[in-house]
Design a binder for this molecule. Structure first.
Ligand SMILES: [Zn+2]
Length: 157
């Protein structure tokens, strides 16, 4: 058996991924908007395909193991098989992944980091961990154009 080895490090460029910091604002009902910074991972097609295949492989691996569990395999095998496809589909579409939000809560005024994750399309609902207020995160458009966090890398899709 020849070890295939792990794929090491991101390949920079079109098929790889890059990290973008972009200005954004946080708004809350009845409060003045505050400034925030979002960090977005822009994932090229290659990076997305790798993540999708990894998710698919993990789920199908679990499905394979579940074959040997009596009775439960009637449920587990199809569940993991379908979950793998769903997860892969989600990851294939994650062209812009929100990894970090830092800013000042417009309600309680505390400068902090907010929980983030998943696909980012320029707007996102957030909860302030301090005052538990519902906040809205909006990426700010760059002067004369779209937000840097939203600029597409011109792939067909
Ligand atoms: Zn707050």
């Amino acid at each position: 058996m020849s070890p295939t080895g792990a794929v090491r490090g991101p390949a920079e460029g079109r098929a790889g991924w890059g990290v973008v910091d972009a200005p954004a604002s946080l708004t809350a009902f009845g409060a003045a908007p505050t400034r925030a910074t979002v960090r977005v991972v822009v994932q090229g097609a290659g990076r997305r395909a790798t993540r999708a295949l990894a998710g698919l492989g993990a789920c199908w691996g679990l499905a394979l193991v579940s074959v040997f569990i009596p009775v439960a395999h009637f449920v587990l095998v199809p569940t993991f098989a379908v979950a793998g496809v769903v997860l892969a589909g989600l990851r294939l579409r994650e062209d812009r992944r929100l990894v970090r939000v830092s800013g000042t809560c417009p309600r309680c005024g505390v400068q902090q980091e907010f929980e983030a994750g998943g696909r980012f399309r320029g707007e996102r609902a957030l909860d302030c961990p301090r005052c538990h207020q519902h906040l809205r995160l909006i990426a700010e458009p760059a002067p004369g154009g779209r937000s840097p966090a939203l600029q597409a890398d011109r792939g067909p899709e």
